[in-house]
Design a protein around this ligand. Structure first.
Ligand code: CTP
Length: 476
């Protein structure tokens, strides 16, 4: 059931101001786009409210800004004929109704002013072309020339114009179609799907930042595999994330098969979603196996192997982030570390879980430990119920052991109990490699459980090791 009652929202202060200003300026105006769509669906909308005016959206914005107490100054984007007003946590985007035609090479349109219907025509989907009147004569009326409300009810993504025009005009819309289909659990109409396939090449003219914005939104849905499968079958994924499509396929040599790592990856991403909303952990799940394509080998002795795929994969993360102009900061490093360590907890869980192995895991994983284990649990995609249970049980043991070892040994964010200064002082040393040797020796002894993580035991070990490598204590 669609929520077609707009009376309550129109009573909100921001809409009261918009209605008053529309009347005062006599600039015919409408609320349009995502806000209307989400209201009809009873879905929580983003902070953006899009206003389209038959006339100058910029002029209307200036009047509205003056009437909203505490609103930030109007930001005008002259070349697009748009303006933005920020008021509390609401962003109002004003635009003049336009007819547009796009050039082949870029997504920057040639704009001429038009009627409301011209404007609705040039929007991406019927469900995004719905408008609510802010005008005196028909305040609150829904203007829906393409039966967008019907498509909302039936869960259909459809373009107002011939889809090949809509997508070719602005190829980003191909990703938007897939993103909306995954976010709203809608179907993309078949004519649209065909047009996406035909226009997939044109995604090249879209900036990486905008592509990543859509990928992020797909990754943040509850079942990202839906979106990624749509990207794949329509030829877009190969253009955007070839590292993933490279994982496709099952090979068989001498009766030995390996799993299809593309579908496996998508299962892992879906599995992790109920357990985390962290976008970067979801990226980690998406990329955790990308090193498997370049490292895949078959040998008579052991069959299929993917040696060092975690290391290779973590290097690929950097190149992928760089290519897509994603942040090359601690977020990227976090994803790299997840990929690099993605097999470690699995190896530990399959063996007798020793304290030393757990201490090393805690030490090496540091702050990503919880997320790493969440990733490894999501990585369990076996269809054999007994194995499924066993693997999960193993991770329960790992988790329990981590708590025990952490309480006792405090090796997370490890601070050596004996510092370089203490070593220098005791042996009367200037900075030299021996200090590093002693520190490493103490750290190893703690991780292996040979001594507790305590000052006195570490101090004694320092004396022992110093003596062994020929250092003399300070006489003073
Ligand atoms: N739009 C379009 N083509 C695009 C981008 C946007 O036609 N490539 C139109 C649509 O009518 C859309 C409106 O501009 O509803 C606002 O776009 P945007 O704020 O990007 O998206 P929303 O639809 O509001 O949805 P969301 O906030 O979920 O991104």
């Amino acid at each position: 059931m669609l929520n077609k009652d707009f009376s309550q929202i129109l009573e909100l202060a921001v809409f009261q101001v918009l209605i008053a200003c529309t009347s005062e300026t006599k600039i015919e105006s409408y609320v349009v786009g995502g806000f209307v769509r989400d209201h009809l669906l009873g879905r929580k909308s983003g902070p953006d409210i899009d206003i389209v005016s038959v006339g100058s959206g910029i002029d209307l914005a200036k009047v509205v800004q003056r009437k909203l107490p505490g609103a930030r100054p109007v930001q005008v984007f002259k070349s697009y004929g748009t303006a933005m007003v920020q008021w509390n946590d609401i962003t109002l985007e004003f635009v003049g109704a336009r007819k547009e035609s796009y050039s082949e090479e870029s997504r920057n349109p040639e704009v001429t002013s038009g009627t409301l219907e011209d404007d609705q025509n040039r929007r991406d989907f019927t469900i995004n072309a719905l408008a609510i009147s802010l005008n005196k004569n028909n305040t609150g009326e829904l203007l829906d020339p393409f039966n967008g409300a019907e498509d909302l009810k039936n869960g259909i993504i459809k373009t107002p114009l011939d889809p090949s025009i809509t997508y070719s005009d602005d190829p980003l819309r191909m990703l938007r179609a897939i993103r909306f289909a995954s976010q709203l659990n809608f179907e993309i109409e078949s004519r649209s799907l065909n047009a996406i396939k035909e226009n997939a090449e044109r995604i090249d003219i879209i900036t990486n930042e905008r592509i990543v914005e859509e990928l992020n939104k797909i990754l943040l849905t509850s079942e990202p595999s839906r979106g990624f499968l749509l990207l794949e079958v329509n030829g877009l994924l190969e253009k955007i994330l070839p590292e993933l499509t490279e994982l496709k396929g099952i090979e068989e040599i001498q009766g030995q098969l390996h799993k299809d790592n593309f579908y496996h990856t998508l299962e892992v991403v879906d599995n992790i979603c109920p357990n985390t909303d962290n976008l970067w952990l979801r990226w980690g799940a998406l990329l955790h196996d990308i090193g498997k394509a370049p490292t895949k080998k078959f040998s008579q002795k052991v069959g299929w192997t993917f040696h060092s795929h975690e290391f290779v994969g973590s290097k690929m993360v950097y190149r992928l982030f760089k290519r897509l102009k994603m942040p090359l900061n601690e977020k990227m490093k976090y994803v790299q570390r997840l990929v690099f360590m993605s097999s470690r907890p699995i190896i530990i869980s399959e063996d007798i879980v020793t304290d030393a192995a757990i201490r090393r895991l805690i030490f090496d994983a540091g702050t990503i430990l919880e997320d790493l284990i969440t990733l490894c649990e999501a990585d369990i995609t076996t269809k054999n119920p007994k194995r499924f249970q066993r693997y999960h049980d193993n991770f329960k043991v790992v988790r329990k052991k981590i708590v025990e070892v952490e309480e006792r040994d405090r090796v997370r964010n490890f601070q050596p109990p004996i510092t370089g200064e203490i070593i220098m002082e005791h042996f009367n040393l200037s900075p030299c490699k021996e200090i590093g040797i002693i520190k490493e020796f103490i750290k190893e002894a703690i991780l292996e459980g040979q001594i507790p993580n305590e000052y006195e035991a570490a101090y004694n070990l320092m004396l022992e090791k110093g003596n062994e490598i020929g250092l003399k204590p300070n006489e003073k």
